[in-house]
Design a protein around this ligand. Structure first.
Ligand code: FES
Ligand code: FE2
Length: 436
C-alpha cells in the first residue's frame, strides 16, 4: 500500500509553516531551522529566486555534445531542458516544453538530430528551440487551422542564456547574472581551471541516483569536512583525508556560496595516523589493507597543492578531483524531500589507455555505491528522516563558532554558515530580533 510521507511522526504543518512565519532563530549563524529542509513553500521560492534567479546552473560538458546536431536532456533546478549544438556550433539551452500543450518534446536522453518533433501533434523545433513547423497550420479545405496572425517566431521553447568555460556549459534564466568568472570569483576559478584546463575531456560514464533528502544537504555535506574525517573510514584509513593533513575549506569571499575542500595526502598510503586522531574516530580500522594496491596509486598530473578537492558551485554543481578520478555531479532538486544526483565521470582525450583504466578503477571510490559515495547517501537520508519526523525543530552549527567562510582546518562548519548567510539574503528570510 502506498504510504504517504507524512503518516508517521509529526504532522507536516509543524515543518511546513507559512512563508511569513519562516523566521530564522536569533542566533542565525549557529542554527538551521528544520523548515529549511521540509517546507514546500520555501522550496517553490528556491526554484524561483535561486534556480531561476541570478545564478549559473551547470547543464552539460561540451564533450557530451561535440558535433552539430548533438543534444542531451538536462535540468535547471527541477525544470527539464534540452542542451543542443546547432549547425553553427553554438550551444543552446531551452525548456523541454512544447509551446502548444506543454509536452516534454525531447524524449531521448542523448542523441543527434536535425530537429525535434513533439510526439503529440508534431510541432517541430530547431536545435535552438525555435518553432519551425505546425502541421495543418492553414487547416484542411479552408477549415480550421491557426489564426492568420499566428507567428512561429513568437512560440519557440523558452530559451536560457548560455556560457561555457573550458568545456563546461552553464545556463541562466536571468539577464542580470554576471559573467561566469565574476559569478564564481577568482579563488574558485583558479581551482576550477586545475581540472578544466581547456584540454578536451573524454566522458567515461554516468551514475544516477535518487537521494531521499533536501537538495541543500548535498551542498552542506561538501562544506562539512568534519564528517569526512569521521564517516568515511576509507578516506581516513588510507590517508586520503585525515584531520591533521594539510587542508583547507575555502569559501568564495564575495558571497560564501561556492566552496572547495582541499587536502594533501601523505605519500605513504598507510601513513601513521596519530593515536589522538584514532581515539576520536570509531570508524578507524588499523588492519585494513588493499587487495589491489593499484587502486590508490596517485599519478601526479595537476598543478595544485591538493591531492583531493571537492568543489561546490552554487546552486547545482559539484566538481570532484580525488587523486586521478574526475567527475562532475549535478544536483537536481526533486521536491523538499528528494533530489536526483547525476554523476558524470571523465578523463582527458589525450589519456593513455593505461590512464583511462586507472581512472576507471579509481572511479570505484565514487558513485552511489562507491567506497566514498555510499556513506553520504545514507547519512543524508538519516538526517532528512530525523528532522522530518521529530518535534524538535532546529539544528546546531557551532564547530569553529563565529567563523564565517574559509577555514584552515577541517573541524569546522564555517562554510555552511557562509552559505546560509547568503541564502537568507536571497530568500528574504528575516532573523528573529534583527532590524528589518
Ligand atoms: Fe506538442 Fe501539441 S503538445 S504539438
Ligand atoms: Fe562525505
Amino acid at each position: 500500500m502506498y504510504q504517504s510521507q507524512s503518516v508517521i511522526g509529526v504532522t507536516d504543518a509543524a515543518k511546513n509553516p507559512p512563508l511569513d512565519q519562516c523566521i530564522w532563530p536569533a542566533d542565525a549563524l549557529h542554527t538551521i531551522p528544520d523548515w529549511v529542509y521540509t517546507s514546500q513553500d520555501l522550496y517553490d521560492r528556491e526554484m524561483d529566486r535561486i534556480f531561476r534567479g541570478e545564478t549559473w546552473s551547470f547543464v552539460a560538458l561540451e564533450a557530451e555534445i561535440p558535433n552539430p546536431g548533438d543534444y542531451k536532456r538536462g535540468y535547471v533546478g527541477s525544470v527539464p531542458v534540452v542542451i543542443a549544438r546547432a549547425e553553427d556550433n553554438a550551444i543552446s539551452v531551452f525548456e523541454n516544453r512544447c509551446a502548444h500543450r506543454g509536452a516534454e518534446f525531447c524524449r531521448s536522453n542523448q542523441g543527434n538530430a536535425k530537429e525535434f518533433v513533439c510526439p503529440y501533434h508534431q510541432w517541430s523545433y530547431d536545435l535552438k528551440g525555435n518553432l519551425q513547423g505546425v502541421p495543418f497550420k492553414r487547416g484542411v479545405n479552408k477549415q480550421g487551422g491557426m489564426p492568420k496572425d499566428f507567428q512561429n517566431a513568437e512560440h519557440g521553447a523558452r530559451q536560457l542564456r548560455v556560457t561555457t568555460r573550458n568545456g563546461v556549459v552553464f545556463a541562466t534564466y536571468s539577464d542580470k547574472t554576471p559573467p561566469l568568472e565574476e559569478y564564481l570569483t577568482q579563488d574558485i576559478v583558479d581551482e576550477f581551471d586545475v581540472t578544466f584546463t581547456g584540454k578536451k575531456l573524454k566522458i567515461l560514464g554516468y551514475y544516477r541516483n535518487e537521494l531521499p533528502c533536501n537538495w541543500k544537504m548535498y551542498h552542506e555535506n561538501l562544506k562539512d569536512p568534519y564528517h569526512a574525517t569521521l564517516l568515511h573510514s576509507f578516506l581516513v584509513v588510507f590517508g586520503l583525508l585525515v584531520a591533521g593533513n594539510k587542508s583547507i575549506m575555502l569559501a568564495d569571499k564575495a558571497h560564501g556560496r561556492h566552496a572547495y575542500m582541499g587536502s594533501a595526502k601523505p605519500e605513504d598510503k598507510y601513513a601513521a595516523v596519530s593515536a589522538e586522531t584514532k581515539a576520536e574516530m570509531r570508524s578507524f580500522h588499523d588492519k585494513l589493507r588493499l587487495r589491489d594496491e593499484r587502486f590508490l596509486e596517485f599519478v601526479r598530473e595537476f598543478d595544485s597543492p591538493w591531492s583531493v578537492t571537492m568543489m561546490t558551485i552554487w546552486p547545482n554543481l559539484v566538481v570532484q578531483r580525488e587523486m586521478n578520478t574526475l567527475g562532475v555531479r549535478q544536483i537536481i532538486p526533486n521536491g523538499p524531500h528528494s533530489m536526483i544526483m547525476q554523476w558524470t565521470m571523465f578523463g582527458y582525450e589525450d589519456d593513455t589507455p593505461e590512464m583511462t583504466r586507472h581512472r576507471l578503477r579509481q572511479g570505484n571510490l565514487m558513485g552511489p555505491a562507491g567506497f566514498l559515495g555510499l556513506e553520504d547517501n545514507e547519512a543524508m537520508k538519516f538526517v532528512q528522516e530525523g528532522l522530518r519526523r521529530s518535534s524538535t525543530d532546529v539544528n546546531i552549527l557551532k564547530l569553529d563558532s563565529g567563523n564565517v567562510g574559509t577555514s584552515n582546518g577541517l573541524i569546522s562548519e564555517s562554510c555552511i554558515r557562509s552559505l546560509y548567510e547568503h541564502y537568507r539574503g536571497v530568500m528574504g528570510i528575516p532573523v528573529a530580533g534583527a532590524a528589518q
